[in-house]
Design a protein around this ligand. Structure first.
Ligand SMILES: NC(=O)c1ccc[n+]([C@@H]2O[C@H](COP(=O)([O-])OP(=O)(O)OC[C@H]3O[C@@H](n4cnc5c(N)ncnc54)[C@H](O)[C@@H]3O)[C@@H](O)[C@H]2O)c1
Length: 342
């Protein structure tokens, strides 16, 4: 299966390395594309890729390409995804799928009509602990969950925002600490909880960086069952902390971060569910260049198998939209000072 990476920047490296690992399983990094010629050429040389494009139309016309890895700035994901789907190419799209509800709906529409497979990247969902917590919640092992927290305290200095023109802009980043970095954790907490949101109140501020979007934000979210969830998100928390998720239930509490479990406590000590084994480190809290490839390998492999087996991939576009909708509502709440009915 031939893959083409569109957008040869930071996250393209993760796709490039993951595809190298999957070469023996039949995934080939066949082509690369970047509108900046030098970036495309440097990347192609590093990964030994012979086919290089400098415009998106030409990639889509290459009939040898089966899958497009969408690694362009967030506000351009929709454009590339729609072109790919219309050209009959399968897609793996970086997070966030797009930066607002309308653009996500447009992608989903085109993907559904064209019948291609699309995988969205939310690699934290692949962490064994996150999967175990989702299962615990689903089986009611934590009892009634009254409170949950996602602490998403990243550090990105001004040089990070200055490193590419689209970073920290409303038009292409779609937001800041929440939409770029925090979107992973917002996705994860609601994916695990699997509860419907009722209302939310948020504050998003630009306190320390020279950017249009927020560098620090918090939100209080109430679920339809009246339980509460708190989100704290920042790129101003030096030196950047492992993202931490807490789920407090009447029969048990689980707290974990990217490195492992911090609390695994149940009222029924005799029948305590076993701790999940293994972990995949995700990285990214201190810098945008320390993101690991483990999650991407799983998502790329799953997409390949979904194409062969003609089934839905693990994270189809229909299942990747909630976090962006929540974040847009937090921005709306912060702007208006009002509680938003979700
Ligand atoms: N999954 C993760 O953990 C993770 C981590 C980092 C970034 N990302 C996401 O990946 C995306 C890219 O981020 P990045 O940090 O790699 O950005 P980047 O600026 O380093 O790279 C983007 C590249 O896309 C190129 N580009 C722009 N428009 C293009 C077009 N129309 N066609 C072809 N190339 C084009 C740019 O020239 C640049 O080289 C963002 O959506 C970001 O949110 C995901």
């Amino acid at each position: 299966m031939n893959f083409a990476i569109v957008g040869c920047g930071v996250i393209a490296e993760t796709h490039g390395k993951a595809l190298k690992m999957l070469e023996a399983e039949g995934c080939k990094l066949y082509a690369v594309c970047d509108i900046v010629q030098e970036k495309a050429e440097k990347f192609a040389e590093k990964y030994g890729v012979g086919v290089i494009y400098y415009d998106d139309e030409s990639v889509m016309q290459d009939s040898n390409i089966d899958v497009i890895c969408v690694c362009v700035p967030s506000g351009t994901h929709g454009l590339i995804c729609k072109m790919a789907a219309q050209a009959g190419k399968h897609i793996i799209c970086e997070k966030p799928m797009e930066i607002n509800e309308q653009k996500m709906a447009e992608i989903t529409n085109v993907v559904e009509k064209s019948g291609i497979k699309m995988q969205c990247v939310f690699q934290r969902r692949l962490m064994p602990t996150a999967q175990a917590v989702k299962q615990l919640i689903c089986e009611n092992k934590l009892g009634k969950i009254c409170l949950a927290e996602a602490q998403l305290k990243y550090y990105r200095d001004q040089a990070y925002y200055d490193s590419a023109g689209w970073r920290g802009t409303w038009k292409q980043d779609g937001g800041g600490a929440l939409m770029n970095q925090g979107v992973h954790g917002v996705d994860l907490i609601f994916w695990m909880l699997d509860k419907e949101i009722d209302t939310l109140y948020g504050k998003a501020e630009t306190l320390a960086r020279k950017i249009e979007v927020e560098d620090t934000a918090t939100a209080l979210i109430q679920m339809k069952d009246r339980s509460l969830c708190v989100i704290q998100s920042a790129t101003t928390a030096y030196p950047g902390f492992s993202t931490t998720f807490s789920v407090y239930g009447e029969k048990g509490t689980v707290i974990f971060n990217d490195s492992g479990i911090l609390e695994w406590t149940f009222i029924d000590k005799e029948n305590q569910p076993p701790r999940p084994e293994g972990n995949i480190e995700i990285g990214g809290s201190k810098s945008n260049i320390d993101i690991t490839i483990d999650g991407h390998i799983i998502l790329l492999r799953d997409l390949k198998e979904a194409i062969i087996q003609n089934r839905a991939p693990m994270i189809p576009p229909q299942d990747a939209q909630l976090a962006v909708k929540v974040i847009c509502s937090i921005y709306q709440s912060s702007k208006t000072g009002k509680v938003i009915q979700f």
